[in-house]
Ligand binder design. Structure first.
Ligand code: ADE
Length: 224
């Protein structure tokens, strides 16, 4: 899978994909992430990419030409399955969307800044708008990193057995059960006895019960 990202602050995305699981995904050739600097696609002086909004009001808006130029230039080499705009007024990002996007071949992500991007770009190029939560970030880059991470780890072959995504929270609309590791007795705080019994069926049932309990307590909305 290839994820291309258009950004005015590409430096913000230097770190997130260079470690751990996503790094391994890239090394295995399962994931390619490219970050493109929007300023390279503007024909305005001094790399200008934003301007005052029509109708007045505080805050700049990202101009349509540099964005259209960037998107169309990238589209010459790649057919994108999705052109995603990161925005707080988009659909709330959920595990289900991550699952769905992890099956695509090519994704383009546009990171907004300031008041956002000119709406004509949203109308004519964007196929999906995603918010990572009900709060406003200073730009779409961190949100794009969150989405890329959530998608990247689901690409077939990226996770091995120990890190399998099947038992993640949200995969079956339940939160994950509590987990424990050695030592079985730490400061007289003991691991639940059942986890030491060696019976996978009993352990599976206990985990499912714990998942239900946690979900009921913390996220009852997921059960309804
Ligand atoms: N850009 C700014 N805030 C955002 C959010 N909450 N989700 C996605 N993109 C954003």
């Amino acid at each position: 899978m290839k994820i291309d990202i258009i950004s005015v602050v590409p430096e913000l995305l230097d770190g997130p994909f260079s470690h751990s699981i996503l790094k391994r995904a890239k090394e295995k050739g399962l994931l390619e992430v490219n970050v493109y600097n929007l300023r390279k696609f503007t024909e305005y002086k001094h790399g200008q990419i934003d301007d005052y909004q029509f109708g007045g009001g505080a805050g700049m808006v990202m101009m349509p030409e540099p964005l259209a130029n960037a998107i169309e230039t990238l589209q010459k080499d790649t057919t994108y399955d999705e052109v995603i705009y990161m925005t707080p007024d988009g659909e709330r990002f959920k595990q289900q969307t991550a699952n769905l996007l992890s099956l695509k071949n090519n994704i383009l992500i546009i990171c907004g800044h300031y008041k956002g991007i000119d709406d004509r770009i949203r109308q004519h190029f964007v196929t999906r708008e995603i918010s990572i939560g009900d709060y406003v970030l200073s730009g779409g880059e961190l949100a794009a990193a969150v989405v890329t991470d959530a998608i990247g780890r689901l690409i077939p072959g990226v996770l091995n057995d120990e890190t399998s995504a099947l038992t993640d929270s949200f995969q079956d609309d339940l939160l994950a059960p509590p987990v424990y590791t050695r030592p079985a007795d730490f400061r007289d705080w003991k691991v639940p006895e059942i986890l030491l019994c060696g019976d996978p069926k009993k352990i599976g049932e206990w985990r499912h019960e714990q998942s239900l309990l946690r979900t009921k307590e913390r996220r009852p909305d997921l059960l309804s």
